[in-house]
Structure formats: C-alpha cells, structure tokens
Write a protein that binds this ligand. Structure first.
Ligand SMILES: CCCCCCCCCCCCCCCCCCCCC/C=C/C(=O)SCCNC(=O)CCNC(=O)[C@H](O)C(C)(C)COP(=O)(O)OP(=O)(O)OC[C@H]1O[C@@H](n2cnc3c(N)ncnc32)[C@H](O)[C@@H]1OP(=O)(O)O
Ligand SMILES: Cc1cc2nc3c(=O)[nH]c(=O)nc-3n(C[C@H](O)[C@H](O)[C@H](O)COP(=O)(O)OP(=O)(O)OC[C@H]3O[C@@H](n4cnc5c(N)ncnc54)[C@H](O)[C@@H]3O)c2cc1C
Length: 643
C-alpha cells in the first residue's frame, strides 16, 4: 500500500530517504517553533532554508529529492515562491534570450525571486491591477509606478525581506495606450548589501492566522516611485515591445500570461493529499488509543474509533486523502502533457487543463481545510492543543482556499468552460474530462437501475450516477442561460447554480480517476481490494452528502439514495480492520507529523503530559506578573465584600 500511495517503488524510496534525512538532523527540530516570537521564528526559518540549500548542493540532490527535502522541512518560506512561481514564470513566459540570461542565475540562487501580482485593491481580478509600466522610448526603459494606495503590491511571499527580484504584473502603457497586464522582471534589492533599491518601498504586511506556521513567510508590500527597468525585462513570449515602442502579439494565446498559476494550482492539488493524510493519520491513530464509555464488567472502555459516528466522520476523510492523492497524480500527468504541447505551440488542450486545475484546486483545498478541522474535532479537547499538530496544520493550510485563485472564483472558471462546451455541442464533440457531455441523451433519459444495496458495489453504476448528475446540472444551467438576452447577465444571475454544477463536474473527475486507478495501476490483489473499499466509500459518501442533487435531477429515487447510504455504513465496517494500515501507508514519520496524538507507537498520554511541562509558563511555579497583578487583588481590603 505504501507503494500504491507513493506512486511507484522508486518514488517511495526517494521520499522515505528524504523524510529520514530531515527527521534525523537536529537543525530541523520544530517542536519549539510555536514558542518563538516573530523575529526569532523568521530567523530560524532563514537558517533552515540556508542549511537545506547547502545539503542540496553538498549531497548533490536531484530536483525530486530537493522537493521532498523542502516538503519534510515543513516550513513555508521564500524558497517556495522562488522555485514554484518565479522560476516557472520565466520558463513559461520568457523568450529564449530571457531564459538564457535569467534561469541560470535563478537556478543557482544567485538571485532570489518572488511573484508579485496581487495588490491591496485587486487579487482575483487580474485585469483590474493598477501598477503601471510605461514605456519611455527615449531611454528604452519601462517606468514602474504605483499610482494609488490600492496599487501597492500586497501578499507576495518572500518579498518583504528576502527576494532580490520579482516578476511584477503591471498595466503596460505605450504612448498613453493601455495594452493589458504583463509580467516584468524587476530587481528589488542590492545584491551587495541587500538594501531596497531607490524608488522602492518594501515591508512586511503583518502577522497572519496561526502563530508558528505562515508567519515563517515574509509576505510583503511593495510600492514603486517611477522605478526604471530596461525594456528587455518585460517577459516577451506572449507579447513584445520594440525599441521603437511598437506593441506586437505572438500567435500564442494571451492566457499564457496566466500559465504560472496553472502550474502552481496543479502543485496545490498534488499537495492537498499530503495535508489531509497528515490530519487523518493523527486522528485515526488517536481514535484507536482514546477510549470512552462502554466498559463491561470492569473491562476496557470502547476505542472511540469503534463508534459508528466516529467512523462516519473519519473514514470518508481517509478515503478522500487517497482520492486526492490519485487525482493529484493524474493532474500532474495532464499538466506535463500540456506543458510539452505549449512548448511546441499546441494550445488545444489549454482550456480543459485550466478548468481542471482551477476546479480541482478549489475542490481539494476546500475539502482538505474542512477535513483538517474535522480531524481536530475527532480528537476531542486534546485536538485543540498545539501539541496535537492539528491547529498549526489548519492555520497553515486554510489560506490555500484563497490563494492561487479564490475557490469560488475558480469554480466560476470551470463553469465558463462547461457552458462553452455545452453551447458548442452541436458541432464540436467534447473530449477528455468533458466527454460525458457528448452522451447527454442517455444521461438525461436513463435513470438509475440499482435495486439493492449490493448493486452499488459496481463502478459502472457509480460512474453513471455521477455523470448523470453532473450532465443534468450543467445542461439545466445551459438551458436557463439560453433564456437570457445578455449571456453575462445570465451567468451572474445563475452563478450559484453554476458553481454547484462545476462542483458536480469536479467530483465526477475525482471519482472516475479513482476508479481508473483501480482498473489499471494497482499492484497486488490485497492492496487492490482494500483500495476498492475506499473508492466506494469516497463515491458513496459524496453521493450521500449531495443526495439533494441526485434526487432533484431525478436520476435517483429516494429508495436508491437510501440503499447507497446503507451500503456506505456496511463499508465502514470493512475499513475498520485496516484503518491503521491505511494511515501507516502514508509513511508519515513522527517528526513530520509533529503530533503527540498521532505518534506511531501510540504512547499518547505520557507524551502529552511531558509536552505540557515544556511550556514556558511551567519554567517556574510563580511566573512574571503574579506578584504585580494578582497578589494585590488577593491582598486588598474590599469595600464591597459581595463583589
Ligand atoms: C504544521 C505546519 C505545516 C506547515 C507545512 C509547510 C509546508 C511547506 C512545504 C513546502 C513545499 C513547497 C510546495 C509549495 C507549492 C505551492 C506554493 C504556493 C505558495 C502560495 C503562494 C500564493 C501565490 C499567489 O496567490 S499568486 C496570485 C494568484 N492569483 C490568482 O490566482 C488570481 C486569480 N484570478 C485569475 O486567475 C484570473 O484573473 C481569472 C481567471 C479569475 C479571470 O481572468 P480575466 O483576465 O478576467 O479573464 P477572463 O475574461 O475571465 O478569461 C479570459 C479567458 O482566459 C481563460 N483563462 C483564465 N485564466 C486562465 C489560465 N490560467 N489558463 C488558461 N486560460 C485561462 C478564461 O477561462 C477565459 O477563457 P474563454 O472563456 O474561453 O475566453
Ligand atoms: C497566504 C497567502 C499567500 C499569498 N501569496 C501571494 C503571492 O506570493 N503573490 C501574489 O501575487 N499573491 C499572493 N496572495 C494573494 C492571493 O492570490 C489573493 O488573495 C487571492 O487570489 C484572492 O484574491 P483577493 O484577495 O482579491 O480576494 P477577493 O477576490 O477580494 O475575494 C473576496 C470575496 O469576493 C468573492 N469574489 C471575488 N470575485 C468574485 C466574482 N467574480 N464572483 C463571485 N464572487 C467573487 C470571493 O469568492 C471572496 O468570497 C497570497 C494570499 C495569501 C492568503
């Protein structure tokens, strides 16, 4: 199962080796992090990032190994933006000459970059950005300027204190004419003494949710006061500006300007299963250790994992972790394919890839953030302790619902793709993830054939149910949209239904990828049979949760929906004996989990007790402030005795 989770034996070996390397190195200790003040926390992260870079070079780690190393170090920092956004932005949007100049500097970290798109006034609406890049023909330069307070760049990670360069998105202006938003490479700091260059105001935007997690990152604010950069620092793969000030567009689509976001959204989907599996591992192990009620004749109480209600909250999350792992893997291969096509100027699959990355980013991050919080509750009161590992994990993870495309905004992008696909049905056969919309007649006409709970243990029955639900919701929206004279007005009016239809479409993708995985790629019958159980749990849980959709579209009868739920409960009993094996297969080491409740050895209570004594408040019996503020209250003579 470990191999099935990792994707291959080689992938398992690489991640396992890096996990051990980090866990065994005292530099990467992290239990004390929540006790540090912001400055110490930040410096501590800089120290770890520098040490990690040294290890990467000294040990000559491969790119894959370096990624796992950063993952297990487990602290967001400036290198995330450098490797995941700055470098890919140059790769995807730079010309050959620009790549030749900038990539070697970035890849050896002689410069450190960030991605400065969002502003105080606009994040989702990229076309609404206000920073300007005005071409000056006399000097062959762009003048970067922040004309308003709301045009201040706001959020870019690593920008406040570390980055020496940024890809800055700004409105291109030539001779007073606006030519859309483009990316520019801008140097922020001196490579000698690290001070901000003249004309730039740079700072940190302040503390974020959760203490010890995202505050390791220096998210920044940046303002320009007429800062000049050479013309050849505009990223020019999509559009070019000549020295005469002529604006030209290549025959590559403008959407490539948004390419870096597609790349990172794919990574975020691939990473969702890491965060969810981490929370599920903690909650499952603790649910086996924790006992409440049910003692008979002085025997042990019931392990809380044996309560049906606990199982009904935990096992769908376990199944979701596996579903997200597989859909992340699938999306990665889709992305690698589109990247190769884009390099060869084939843009045909870009719209579908954009819809998949946007929609699956929204689906997986929302479910993962909610899932981590549910795992915290599954651990009862102890889940609220930092030493459970869950509050910090939640604080770290939850902004994924907002960054890289706010989730509702992303689902509306999926809706645009679906509406377009439906309106083209007469003359263009949909392919890939939308192929089912080409079979609308049977999907609209045929209803579910399930008669017994056992009938639900059939991948074809499940797939057809999810296809019919999504198709009916999408087509229904399409029909209602057609009644509006102004399509944009109609889209806005129906946006709530469109988001629900998009979610149905994305859930269909995750369910069908899980089924596909089982049909083709699982080594060993035992592993395959166990994963089949999780696949059914995932699908039937979604069906139960969204049964309103399945019933309202008329595909299921109430009887069939309740048979699905009956089957789901039976499946929970099949998951129970393997629950620990399923979470051990994630191969999460204690160092990575950083959780007293999720310890591999189950030795929870002594370690919980021990961890409490490490709190700085327990350094002495009488702490600072007691004599000054508590004793006077105790010793005062009250006028009003009853108060
Ligand atoms: C316990 C403690 C735990 C701690 C753990 C620590 C672990 C650390 C581990 C470290 C490991 C490293 C891994 C890290 C990986 C991830 C790093 C993430 C860091 C996160 C930092 C965040 C960065 C950011 O947020 S950057 C800013 C992102 N901003 C956005 O996403 C903005 C969203 N807005 C948009 O995308 C657009 O503006 C949009 C799409 C909403 C609308 O655009 P528009 O210009 O108005 O266009 P529109 O008219 O709607 O569309 C035109 C047309 O184009 C199509 N389109 C739109 N976008 C794209 C695209 N990207 N690609 C292709 N096509 C696109 C659109 O559909 C339209 O098509 P048509 O309808 O056919 O015309
Ligand atoms: C931790 C973190 C790190 C970040 N790092 C970076 C970075 O490195 N670089 C960078 O450039 N940016 C970064 N960002 C910014 C991030 O990309 C934006 O915050 C994100 O894109 C959301 O945009 P917004 O803040 O403008 O939200 P808004 O769009 O203002 O969202 C507010 C609300 O309005 C709704 N809404 C907005 N538009 C619509 C619409 N058309 N229809 C319906 N509802 C709508 C949303 O659903 C949401 O509920 C980061 C953000 C965070 C939290």
């Amino acid at each position: 199962m470990k191999v099935a989770w990792a994707g291959s034996r080689e992938a398992f070996q690489v991640s396992d080796r890096m996990a051990k390397l980090v866990a065994n190195d005292p530099v990467f200790e992290k239990f004390s992090k929540p006790m540090l003040g912001r400055k110490e926390l930040f410096k501590n992260t800089l120290r770890k990032a520098a040490y990690a870079w040294k290890l990467i070079n000294d040990l000559r780690l491969t790119e894959e190994e370096a990624k796992w190393l950063r993952h297990y170090i487990d602290e967001p920092n400036y290198t995330d933006l450098h490797w995941e956004m700055f470098v890919p932005a140059i790769e995807g949007q730079g010309t050959k000459e620009q790549k030749k100049k900038w990539l070697p500097l970035a890849q050896t970290m002689q410069i450190i970059g960030t991605y400065a798109q969002t502003e105080l006034g606009h994040g989702s609406n990229v076309q609404g950005l206000e920073t300007t890049a005005t071409f000056d023909r006399q000097t062959d330069e762009f003048v970067m300027h922040s004309p308003t307070l709301t045009s201040s760049k706001w959020w870019p990670g690593g920008m406040a204190k570390v980055a020496t360069h940024a890809i800055v998105y700004a409105r291109l202006i030539i001779d007073g004419l606006f030519h859309g938003v483009h990316g520019f490479i801008v140097q922020l700091r001196s490579l000698e003494d690290h001070s901000p260059l003249p004309g730039l105001t740079l700072g940190d935007i302040g503390m974020k949710f959760g203490h010890g997690t995202y505050n390791t990152m220096d998210n920044g604010v940046l303002r320009f006061d007429h800062v000049r950069i050479p013309r050849n620092q505009m990223l020019m793969r999509v559009s070019q500006v000549t020295k005469e000030g002529k604006y030209a567009q290549s025959d590559v689509p403008r959407q490539l300007l948004y390419g870096t976001m597609v790349s990172v959204r794919q990574t975020i989907v691939a990473d969702a299963s890491k965060a969810l599996s981490r929370a599920v591992c903690i909650a499952t192990r603790y649910s086996v250790v924790r006992r409440q009620f049910g003692s008979r004749n002085g025997g042990p109480e019931t392990q809380v994992i044996d309560y049906k209600t606990q199982q009904s909250r935990l096992f769908p999350l376990l199944a979701s972790a596996y579903a997200f792992r597989f859909v992340g893997e699938w999306l990665k291969s889709l992305y690698i394919d589109v990247k190769q096509r884009l390099e060869a100027n084939d843009f045909s699959t870009l719209p579908e890839t954009h819809a998949c990355t946007a929609g699956l980013k929204a689906l997986t991050t929302a479910a993962t953030a909610d899932g981590i919080e549910e795992c915290r509750k599954l651990c009862g009161g102890h889940g609220y302790l930092i030493s459970s590992g869950l509050p910090e994990l939640f604080a770290f993870y939850v902004p994924a619902c907002s960054y890289e495309g706010e989730n509702v905004v992303m689902m509306l992008q999926v809706a645009r793709f679906l509406v377009k696909t439906v309106s083209n049905l007469g003359y263009k056969q949909p392919v890939g993830t939308a192929a089912y919309l080409g079979r609308v007649t049977p999907l609209l006409q045929n209803n579910c054939a399930v008669q017994t709970a056992e009938d639900w243990l059939n991948p074809d029955a499940i797939l057809e149910a999810f296809e019919a639900r999504a198709a009916r919701m999408v087509i229904g929206c399409g029909e209602r949209l057609a009644m509006f004279e102004n399509p944009e007005e109609g889209f806005a009016e129906l946006s709530i239904d469109l988001v629900e239809a998009s979610l149905a479409h994305c859930q269909l993708i995750t369910v069908s990828v899980f089924i596909q995985k089982l049909n083709h790629e699982i080594p060993g019958n035992g592993v395959k049979r166990s994963l089949e159980v999780l696949c059914y749990v995932y699908a039937l849980f979604l069906l139960h949760k969204h049964q309103g959709d399945f019933l309202a579209t008329g595909y299921l009868t109430p009887k069939q929906a309740s048979l699905a739920n009956e089957q789901l409960r039976t499946l929970y009993s099949k998951v129970r004996p393997n629950a620990i094996a399923f979470v051990d297969s994630f191969n999460h080491m204690d160092h990575y989990l950083c959780s007293v409740l999720g310890r591999y050895d189950g030795n929870v209570y002594p370690k919980l007790y021990e961890a409490a004594w490490k709190d700085p408040l327990n350094d002495s019996d009488i702490v600072d402030g007691i004599q000054q503020y508590v004793q006077p209250i105790l010793k005062q003579k009250l006028h009003y005795a009853k108060l």
